[in-house]
Every structure is written in C-alpha cells, then in structure tokens.
Ligand binder design. Structure first.
Ligand SMILES: Cc1cc2nc3c(=O)[nH]c(=O)nc-3n(C[C@H](O)[C@H](O)[C@H](O)COP(=O)(O)OP(=O)(O)OC[C@H]3O[C@@H](n4cnc5c(N)ncnc54)[C@H](O)[C@@H]3O)c2cc1C
Length: 319
C-alpha cells in the first residue's frame, strides 16, 4: 500500500467502519482515522432497521434495502450481533402505512388483541435488530482482517490528508467542523439496557415528533429500552430522570420490565440534517472528498447502502 493510493476514512462509527469494509472488499487500501472507535453514537443505537425521518426517500429506499439484504444474511450466518425479530409498532392515534412497508414481506396490520391498552392502531412486521457493541466489534475485526489500518486521533481538517487518493468524511456530528456544515444539528437520544426478563418480540410506539419515545428491543440476554429524541441537544451525559421515565414508560407497556436489572445507560447524538449527505467534492488541496454523514436516527439502517454509494463515487473518481 503506498500513501498516495490510500483512501482515508475519517470516522469510526457504523458509517466509517462499514465504508472501510466495503472499500477494502473492493480491493482499495484504507486507513481509518477517528477519535473514538467505535463512535459513541453508533454504540448507543437500538438498533432496529427502519428508515425513519430521513430523506430523500428515493435514495433512502435504495440504501435501506441494500442494508436490509446484508443484515438478513448476517442474521442467518450468526455471530455478528444481528437477528431478525418480529413485533408490533403501535400508536395511540390512527396511523398511515409507512412507505417502507413494501420492503417487508410480512408487514401487516396488527390485530387489536396485540395492542396494549390505550393504543388504537399498529403494524406487525419482522426486521433486523442489531446489538451494536457486538456488531461494531464484528465490523472492526472484519476491517482489520481485510488489511485496513487504524489510527486513533482527532482530525482538525480534511486537508490534513494531502497524500491520500481520496478522503471519506464519515465524522457524524464532527462534520459540523470538518465540512463546515452548519445545517447539521444534534438530536440527543438515551437508552437503558436491562437484563431480559423473557421478551422475544420488539415493541415500539409511533410517537411522531415527541421527545419521549417508547421502544423495547430484545437482544437475547438483554433488552434495550428507549428512549428520547431531544432536538438541538448535543449533551452526552446520562440523564438519571430521563432513564427512570424510560423504564416507567416501557413497563407500562410490558410490566415484566418494571424490576428488570439495569445493566447500562447509553447516550448518543443523532447527526441530523434535512437530507443525508452522500456526495463528492474536493479538499482545498484538490484531494477528492466523499461525504457520508447526516444519517439522523437511521445510520445503521442506511449504513451498507451509503457505503456502497461511496465506493461507487470513489471508483468513478479514480478510474
Ligand atoms: C439513542 C439512539 C438510538 C438510535 N437508534 C437507531 C436505530 O434503531 N436504527 C438506526 O438505523 N439508527 C439508530 N440511531 C442512529 C444511529 O446511531 C446514527 O445515525 C449512526 O450511529 C451515525 O453513525 P456515524 O458513523 O455516521 O456517526 P458516529 O457514530 O457519531 O461516528 C462518528 C465518528 O467520527 C469520529 N469523529 C468525529 N469528528 C472527528 C474528528 N474531528 N476527528 C476524528 N474523529 C472524528 C468520531 O470519533 C466517531 O468515530 C440511533 C441513535 C441514537 C442516539
């Protein structure tokens, strides 16, 4: 690997690691540079496959579908922290069928007997669930096994990599500084991880734009309980009161959770903008840069599709 053939990927969250793996699998040499590996926001994700609240839909559909396919295969093989889980998404008001329902073969109206008290509508479907600590470890191992190099440090400017063949910006919220993108905004999210009292199906409430979410995501021995979505808040510290209220909201739906032992609190910042940014440009010194950030609350869902688009953009640039 010579320096001027190397693709530098900035960011060690799900976007950076997946992009690194896809580029290495395409035969390109990659150096991943990041302050935190894995990225803290990626570690905090639930993570359920679902292209929620991200645009533009035509691209989001294609990216989500690509990831759905990869996650299905990973769930079948096992060992990567990915499993297919069935369950119900319900609402206390009538809801429309989401556009992504056509991507899921078993998507159907939930029977009223499946809805908790006070809920009036819902859907039943099966989607991939990703146990993020296990999955990010899988990605990191895969990256290293493919020969990827890792450097853990802060990057002050994308222009630092004057000798690279290209730079890929997967910095999540770090893109505010690195890409001078003031349209990127934080949406803080918090989860509580508890010991699983025997839950095998997921439940999530369609709460619209409320900051108080309800989600119950089983991952074998543990369940991830959520959550919050506080727009404009980039604070990463644990909020004890929010955690208590998350457990109360989830226990109101699933009483077995009321006394479940708390294992861990996770906080992350959804890097949100009006549209996910996957596009190419140039650093000040002329090195091609491909941006891959702004995935909001769906970065896991979009990860494989976006990474493949980055690979397409890079190979067309290097040809
Ligand atoms: C509570 C919560 C629940 C979520 N649930 C889901 C879900 O169910 N499904 C789903 O699909 N998505 C979910 N998400 C969204 C998902 O977590 C994010 O979209 C995704 O993790 C973004 O990944 P990323 O790699 O782009 O960013 P990050 O994970 O934030 O990684 C950014 C990386 O860039 C590095 N970096 C930044 N700036 C610099 C710099 N200057 N120098 C060096 N390194 C830098 C960081 O250290 C880090 O390694 C959730 C998010 C939260 C917070």
């Amino acid at each position: 690997m010579t320096t001027n053939e190397t693709i530098v990927v900035v960011g060690g969250g799900v976007s950076g690691l997946t992009t690194g793996v896809v580029l290495l699998e395409a035969g390109l040499p990659v150096r991943l540079v990041a302050e935190e590996i894995p990225g803290r926001t990626s570690l905090a994700a639930g993570a359920m496959w679902g292209p929620y609240l991200v645009e533009p839909w035509a691209k989001v559909r294609e990216w989500s579908l690509a990831s759905l396919d990869v996650f299905r295969q990973l769930a079948e093989v096992g060992g990567a922290g990915v499993r297919m889980v069935s369950g119900v998404e319900a609402a206390r008001h009538p809801v429309e069928t989401p556009p992504w329902s056509e991507l899921l073969p078993d998507f159907q109206q939930a029977d009223s007997s499946e809805l908790p008290d006070d809920f009036v509508s819902g859907h039943r479907f099966t989607v991939p669930f990703v146990d993020m600590p296990v999955y990010l470890d899988h990605l990191r191992r895969r990256f290293s096994d493919l020969g990827g190099a890792v450097e853990q440090r802060v990057v002050h400017s994308l222009d630092e990599f004057a000798d690279a063949a290209a730079v890929v910006n997967c910095a999540g919220m770090g893109a505010v500084g690195l890409a001078e993108d003031s349209t990127l905004r934080p949406i803080r999210g918090q989860h509580v991880v508890v010991e699983n009292p025997g839950i095998t199906e997921f439940f999530s409430e369609d709460t619209g734009l409320s900051p108080d979410l309800v989600c119950i995501y089983p991952h074998g021995d543990t369940v991830v309980l959520g959550g919050t979505a506080i727009d404009g808040d980039g604070d990463l510290s644990d909020d004890v009161a929010a955690a208590k209220s998350i457990i109360e909201r989830c226990a109101a739906v699933e009483p077995r959770l009321a006394d479940a032992r708390v294992i861990e609190h996770r906080v992350g910042i959804r890097p949100t903008r009006s549209e996910v940014r996957v596009e190419s440009g140039r650093c000040k010194g002329g090195v091609p840069v491909i941006h891959n950030y702004g995935h909001g609350g769906a970065g896991v869902t979009l990860s494989w599709g976006c990474a493949r688009e980055v690979a397409r953009l890079i190979t067309s640039r290097l040809r």
